[in-house]
Design a protein around this ligand. Sequence first.
Ligand code: PGA
Length: 247
Amino acid sequence: MIIATNWKAYVEDPERAKKLVSVAKRLARSSTHDIILGPPTPFFALATERNTSPVQFAAQDVSASTGGAKTGENTAQMFAAAGATYAIAGHSERRAAGDTNDLVAEKISHIVAQGLRPIVCIGEKERDEAGRYLTLLREEIAAALEPLNTKNRSQIILAYEPIWAIGKRAADAMHADEVAEMVLYIRKVLAEYLPGKASSRIPILYGGSVEADNIRDLAAASGVDGFLIGHASADPDTFTKLIHALR
Ligand code: PGA
């Protein structure tokens, strides 16, 4: 499975960042899962330094620009040079800060141009009886995939993260059978943008309050190819428990 982590701004201490990296390297060497760490930008070089382990690294977000007079921006090219092989685009916390579908598409184009794999987050704020949330998901997927050619579309990893389930406890996460329904729906939409086999190879991750208590059930019965994990990935002990729970 793909275990992608997003430390968000939970990790502010470089010593904790180093500890998380060494724990992840140890776990990666003894597990069959693909562990991808998402450190905050200032800790990126520290995290990727002298990495000979199977652990890989993802930018939490990239700039919509490609360099130049853009104070404070961190471009996809910078992340690629700093050791990233993945980049998250469209996380709901970035969307809440102003990233529209168009801006997310722009970021994805820079991510793929640098040879990084985009982890594109989609997810509804809330559910409604009329099923408008399904239309919103379809729009988010369409906006991400439409501008790309087939080769770049097949590089995408989709992370389904219902906003109402993010940052809570395992008990508030989605249940495996509910996630399974969404995976089917997402696969149906993906099939409109990629030919059969290629669309079924797009990894779909679930994110939203994945913890040691629910990861096993979700892995066993939801049909996902992995997880995008926030708070439970930002502490060495909790992260270790979570990976052990998957065994
Ligand atoms: P959470 O965050 O695991 O803390 O719910 C998931 C995410 O936002 O990617």
